[in-house]
Design a protein around this ligand. Structure first.
Ligand code: NAP
Length: 264
C-alpha cells in the first residue's frame, strides 16, 4: 500500500483533535499527503503546518460541519476540483450526547446521526468507488468497544457504534476482493477531548490508568490493522478482553447491567 514512487493521500475526518490528529501524523509519517477535515479551521491550519514541517508531506484543510447533510458531497467535490485522489479514508469524527433521549431536541439527534452514521456511509460510498476501480484502498471507521456494551438509558452512542461496526464488516466483505480493505477500529477509553466535549471528564478521570490508551497508540494499532487487511480491530489487550466478555454476555445479563447504569 505504501509505495514511495507514487504519492498517496489519506483523508481524515475529525483531524483537529485526539485520535484523528494522531492518525494524520501517522499517515504523513508513512509517506501519505493528508486532507484534514473538522469544524475548527484554526486547529486544522496549525496541524497542517506542523505536518508539512515535521513530515514534509502536503496537508490540505477542509473546515466544515459533518452534521450538514451536504458535507460529504462537498468534500468529494473539493477533492475532484483539486485533483486530490484519496487512497485512504479515515471516518473518525465523533462525539457523544450526554443526556436522556427526550432531553435533546430533534436537531441534536439529527446532527448526531448525520455525523456518526450517515456521513460515514456517504463518504465511504463516494470514495470507495475510485478505490475499487484502482484496485487498492484503505478505509478505517472508528467504532468503539461500546458497540458490544449494554445499553445506557436513552443513549444513541452505543447503537451508532454498533452500526459502524456492522457496516464496516459488510463493506470489507464486498471490497476486499478488489484490493480495498475496510477496518472497524474499536477503542476503549482514550485520552482526547472526547470526554470534555461530552461533559463527563470528572467521572471518567476516576477510572484506573490501565483502562486508558493514548490517541497515538490507538491510531498506530488502527493503521497496522488496516494495512494488514483486518476487518475489525480492538486496540489494547485490556479492551480486547473487555469487548470479548461483553460480546458473550447473555441478553438477560446485559439487560440487568443496563438497568444498573454503571457500565461507562
Ligand atoms: N476517546 C474515547 O474514549 C473514544 C473511545 C471509543 C471510540 N472513540 C471514537 O473515536 C473517534 C475520535 O474521538 P476522539 O476521542 O479523538 O474525540 P475528540 O478528541 O473529541 O475529537 C473528535 C473530533 O471529531 C470532530 N468533530 C466532532 N463533531 C464534528 C462535526 N459535527 N463535524 C466535523 N467534525 C466533527 C472534532 O473536530 P471539531 O470540533 O473541530 O469539529 C474532533 O476533531 C470518535 O468517533 C469517537 O466516538 C473515542
Amino acid at each position: 500500500m505504501v509505495d514511495s514512487a507514487q504519492p498517496q493521500t489519506a483523508l481524515i475526518t475529525g483531524a483537529s483533535a485526539g485520535i484523528g490528529k494522531a492518525f494524520a501524523h501517522l499517515f504523513a509519517q508513512n509517506g501519505f499527503d493528508v486532507v484534514l477535515v473538522a469544524r475548527r479551521q484554526d486547529k486544522l491550519d496549525e496541524l497542517a503546518n506542523d505536518i508539512k514541517k515535521t513530515h514534509g508531506q502536503l496537508a490540505y484543510v477542509i473546515a466544515l460541519d459533518l452534521g450538514d447533510p451536504d458535507a460529504p458531497q462537498r468534500i468529494f467535490d473539493w477533492c475532484q476540483q483539486h485533483h486530490v485522489q484519496v487512497d485512504a479514508l479515515v471516518n473518525n469524527a465523533g462525539y457523544a450526547l450526554n443526556c436522556d433521549f427526550l432531553d435533546a431536541d430533534w436537531e441534536e439527534h439529527r446532527a448526531f446521526i448525520q455525523v456518526m452514521m450517515t456521513s460515514v456511509v456517504h463518504l465511504t460510498h463516494l470514495f470507495s468507488k475510485g478505490m475499487k476501480a484502482r484496485g487498492r484502498g484503505r478505509i478505517i471507521n472508528l467504532a468503539s468497544i461500546a458497540a458490544w456494551a449494554p445499553q445506557l438509558k436513552g443513549n444513541l452512542y452505543n447503537a451508532a457504534k454498533a452500526f459502524v461496526l456492522d457496516f464496516s464488516q459488510a463493506i470489507d466483505l464486498e471490497l476486499k476482493p478488489h484490493g480495498v480493505h475496510c477496518t472497524a477500529v474499536c477503542p476503549g477509553f482514550t485520552f482526547s477531548e472526547f470526554h470534555d466535549v461530552m461533559g463527563n471528564r470528572k467521572t471518567v478521570s476516576r477510572l484506573p490508568r490501565f483502562l486508558w490508551m493514548t490517541a497515538e497508540e490507538v491510531a498506530q494499532e488502527g493503521f497496522d490493522a488496516v494495512m494488514e487487511g483486518k476487518a475489525v480491530h480492538v486496540p489494547g489487550l485490556v479492551n480486547q478482553g473487555v469487548s470479548q466478555v461483553m460480546a458473550m454476555l447473555p441478553p438477560r445479563v446485559k439487560e440487568f447491567l443496563s438497568k444498573q447504569q454503571k457500565i461507562m
